[in-house]
Ligand binder design. Structure first.
Ligand code: G6P
Length: 472
């Protein structure tokens, strides 16, 4: 019996230390939900980093045993590897370049060396459990070299790879000193998945410009093996978000929100702390909105949640300080005794609270500078059971290709975001219904289960195509 091995930088549980005790908390992330039914089944397994350094061998073993009961297998990283592979090459080299912010990128040899070595670590752990007829599905930019390293040892194994962030245009990708090695690593997969057609086109273009490999449409021949690059826009668990609002906890919180913000319109913004999310520009747009439309004073709030992330990376710390300053400045400028325009929270919230907010907010404001997909926009739509509410969405988010009934904006155009906020607040209800219904149909149909099935089925087909080509 063949098994499926899921691999990502992070495991779907996170370990934290509390008074010398290690505590495991499951992740509510979209990928964890979507792949839950797969990795928990039979001999299947999910391999990844548990999110913190565990130094003592006896602790490592104990955690490993506990994780094994959940079909999880940890890859432990030392502090030096966390600094150089995770914060370094993954988040200070690849992340900025792939998000078109190349000025932030650092090209450091020790980062690359660590990225390479940690990938070998992942490879060895995979090899300790993999059999030639298994299926391996590798996720995201932290593991671009992994498909190639596994292929070199088990030449016929099925490998799928999905990139959750944008793949940049060749002109950006070429800046990376190790560009050829990265592409060769990725091409170890049989099927490479991207969120948008542009991402897969950029990847194929980079391959043909940088490597001596030709492509015919989406097919690249790598040592007589047909490798395919295709588009699979990731979805969310629609039913979960659509039904959460019926839970008592969510209803209670919604009632509280209604009391607190009586007579007020709410604009909701939820992001991980990241310079790719366009947070400063969004705040500037809200400030301009208050200036240009003073009739909304005391009648509207921007409810802004920023989830802490990567706070050991300098740019993220700097961004946090800038957000603090800007929010403080705007509130000081416009607040009255009864009202302040921005309610800013720098922490994460349970899904019930998010659901209550998604239900309550008149406007979902999602304006990243670049985003592979952006699942928050889909969560907002899925939560709107009454079919009202307006989504304002950046054209730079992958989701904008599907959610075409949102008010689509260029996130650099502060004036356009300002006008979009006004347009959203005055949009007649029938127009809101028409747009929201269309978007809800899309999010319901192309949900996370659909995404997983489409990718897995296609990987199997690609393997069959490869075999029939060899037989010819
Ligand atoms: C993005 C990436 C993921 C990553 C997540 C959280 O969504 O595509 O691979 O896990 O951000 O970032 P973190 O650095 O905390 O894992």
């Amino acid at each position: 019996m063949s098994k499926t091995i899921i691999v990502s930088n992070r495991l779907p549980v996170r370990i934290t230390e509390n008074d010398g005790e290690y505590v495991m908390s499951p992740s509510e992330g979209g990928l964890a939900t979507g792949l839950g039914s797969i990795y928990r089944d039979g001999q299947n397994v999910w391999i990844g980093w548990p999110g913190m350094e565990v130094t003592e061998e006896k602790d490592q073993q104990r955690i490993q045993q506990q994780l094994a009961e959940m079909n999880l297998l940890p890859v432990y990283l030392s502090q030096e590897e966390i600094n150089n592979y995770y914060e370094g090459f993954s988040n200070e080299t690849l992340w900025p370049v792939f998000h078109y912010m190349a000025v932030y990128a650092k090209y450091e040899q020790p980062y690359w060396d660590s990225y390479y070595k940690v990938t070998e670590k992942f490879r060895d752990i995979i090899l300790s459990v993999a059999e030639p007829d298994d299926i391996i599905w590798i996720h995201d930019y932290q593991l671009l070299l992994l498909p190639g390293m596994i292929r070199a040892v088990i030449p016929d194994i099925s490998i799928g790879f999905f990139l959750h962030i944008p793949f940049p245009s060749f002109e950006l990708f070429r800046l990376i000193p190790w560009r050829a090695e990265l592409l060769e690593g990725m091409l170890g997969a049989d099927l490479l998945g991207f969120h948008t057609f542009d991402d897969s086109r950029h990847f194929i273009n980079a391959v043909t410009r940088i490597l001596p490999i030709n492509a015919s449409a989406n097919v690249m021949m790598v040592n007589d093996r047909a490798v395919m690059a295709e588009t699979f826009p990731m979805g969310i668990d629609y039913d979960k978000y659509a039904s959460l609002s019926k839970e008592k906890e969510v209803k209670d919180q919604l009632r509280e929100l209604k009391e607190t913000f009586q007579g007020m319109r709410m604009i909701l913004s939820i992001d991980r702390l990241d310079y790719s999310k366009g947070i400063l520009q969004r705040l500037q747009a809200f400030e301009l909105f208050l200036q240009l439309y003073p009739e909304y004073m005391e009648k509207v709030v921007l409810y802004m949640i920023i989830v802490p992330s990567r706070d050991n990376v300098q740019q993220y710390r700097d961004l946090r300080d800038e957000i603090d300053k800007l929010v403080g400045g705007i509130n000081a400028r416009f607040r009255t005794n009864n009202w302040h325009p921005i309610h800013y929270f720098y922490r994460s919230f349970p899904i019930e609270t998010l659901s209550a907010l998604y239900n309550f907010a008149d406007v979902g404001l999602v304006t990243p500078m670049r985003d592979g997909m952006n699942l928050v926009s889909k969560e907002y739509v899925a939560s709107r059971n009454q079919n009202n509410g307006v989504l304002i969405l950046s054209e730079m988010a992958g989701a904008s290709r599907e959610l075409i009934d949102a008010i689509i904006v260029n996130p650099n155009n502060i004036g356009a975001i300002t006008r979009a906020i006004e347009e959203a607040l005055v949009m007649p209800e029938p127009e809101q219904y028409r747009r929201m219904k269309q978007m809800r149909q899309v999010v319901a149909k192309f949900n996370i289960a659909h995404w997983v099935k489409l990718f897995m089925d296609r990987l199997q087909e690609v393997k069959q195509i490869q075999q029939s080509m060899l037989a010819r």
